[in-house]
Write a protein that binds this ligand. Structure first.
Ligand SMILES: Nc1ncnc2c1ncn2[C@@H]1O[C@H](COP(=O)(O)OP(=O)(O)OP(=O)(O)O)[C@@H](O)[C@H]1O
Ligand SMILES: [Mg+2]
Length: 392
């Protein structure tokens, strides 16, 4: 997992009146999913292209795991950095399999290894290899082409993946499927991802942290939840729709709002297991309903209201090596935490919540990265009636 650091990065194109990227500084933690969000022309693509040296900064430094990328040969650097370009960019005269194999071939892998990798990746992006390997890009839908683009970027097993509006120009339903697949992939592969979009909802749903850009500058850099609850200015507030609580709940994932498991959780679960061997489907041994860490807060809220349970157990789903689906508890979510995720929420934290960090979310889990530096906070919802409306 590679850390990328941008230090005072500025890019001025020849004959331009203003810099395309203007003194940007931020750090992308290894294994995290960072989204660059901003209007057309604000410098997102330019910033991204400087990471694999398609553009060189006018001033400032970008480091990859502490190494100034100017010290790396561009070709060596680009092998470590997968890149999905803004317009998919598949080679039209090559089949799907040949497109995905481009980087492994450059890396000189054996034929067998390349073939296995292509099949593995197509399966990963939900394109059954037997059906799709031999097709040409023109024989695919837009969404399928985007998936091939993602598979191609991952092919050489890069440490870093840059994605420039990979789901742009795709209908809303396919886009939402691709976003879910992206989250699933990221949970499995744990790459360092910089993902560009100008779709606010996509950013709020996918990001561990969002860089909000305007006229080449970083306006705010934080978790989706922090940006929603503490937008730096009126423009960001309006951009992310920070005043619309219902919308927020539909966009923010459970992982950003939950607290970690209490220290004695596992012991209690073991105890419950030994005293009550039969646990209900979709619930933990303690009896609480479960919710996936990638579900939205709105879904979690309906579940709390439907079941009347005080707390939901948040689980992470993953397939074991043998292909069995397993769910691991990673946190807890109560109404209080959902309240804390709403505008003005932290003015009314629950007793004892202020200043005290919650229990820890497992190190290295996606859920932990989603919580970012901000961590869970407690608070109250002023507009209770809106919560009740969700029940219907
Ligand atoms: N090669 C170039 N030469 C000169 N100016 C450029 C070049 N590439 C981009 N620009 C300018 O730099 C600014 C930032 O462009 P960039 O492509 O980074 O925007 P963006 O945020 O990716 O926009 P979009 O959402 O439309 O893709 C724009 O004003 C653009 O016109
Ligand atoms: Mg762009």
């Amino acid at each position: 997992m590679s850390t990328i650091r941008f230090e005072n990065i500025t890019k001025v194109f020849a004959e331009a009146n203003a810099p395309a990227v203007d003194n940007c500084s931020f750090k992308v933690a290894g294994g995290s999913f960072v989204v660059l969000l901003g209007p057309s022309g604000c410098g997102k693509t330019t910033l991204l292209k400087m990471v694999n040296r398609l553009y060189e900064p006018t001033s400032g430094t970008i480091t990859l795991d502490g190494v100034d990328i100017r010290e790396l040969e561009p070709t060596v650097l680009r092998r470590q950095v997968g890149y999905v370009i803004q317009q998919v960019g598949l080679f039209p005269h090559m089949t799907v399999a040949q497109n995905v194999a481009v980087v492994p071939e450059l890396l000189g892998w054996s034929k067998d290894k390349i073939q296995a990798r292509v099949r593995e990746l197509l399966t990963l992006v939900a394109l059954p290899p037997d059906e799709y390997c031999a097709r040409y890009p023109s024989q695919l839908s837009g969404g399928q082409q985007q998936r091939v683009g993602v598979a191609r970027a991952l092919a050489g097993d890069p440490k870093v993946v840059l994605m420039d509006e990979p789901f742009g120009a795709i209908d809303a339903i396919t886009r939402s499927t691709l976003q879910d697949e992206m989250l699933r992939l990221q949970r499995k592969l744990k790459k360092t991802v910089i993902f560009v979009t100008h779709d606010v909802e996509e950013a709020l749903y996918l990001a561990d942290k969002i860089v909000i850009m305007r006229e080449g500058q970083v306006v705010q850099y934080n978790t989706p939840l922090e940006i929603l609850t503490h937008p730096v200015d009126k423009v960001v507030r309006e951009l992310v729709g920070a005043d619309d609580m219902i919308r927020q709940l539909s966009l923010v994932r459970v992982a950003s709002a939950m607290t970690g498991l209490p220290p004695n959780y596992r012991h209690n679960v073991e105890h419950a297991k030994s005293t009550d061997a039969k646990t209900k489907l979709g619930s933990q041994p303690g009896g609480e309903p479960t919710v996936d860490c990638d579900d939205t807060l709105r879904h979690a809220l309906s579940l709390l209201l439907q079941t009347g349970a005080p707390t939901l157990t948040v689980v992470e789903h993953a397939k074991t090596e043998s292909g069995v689906e397993e769910s691991t508890p990673v946190g807890l979510l109560s109404l209080e935490q959902i309240r804390a995720s709403t505008p003005g929420g932290d003015q009314a934290k629950p007793e004892g919540a202020k200043g005290k960090p919650g229990p820890k979310v497992p190190r290295g889990s996606r859920a932990r990265r989603c919580q970012g530096e901000a961590g869970p906070e407690g608070a109250k919802i002023d507009r209770k009636s809106e919560i009740v409306n969700l029940k219907s």
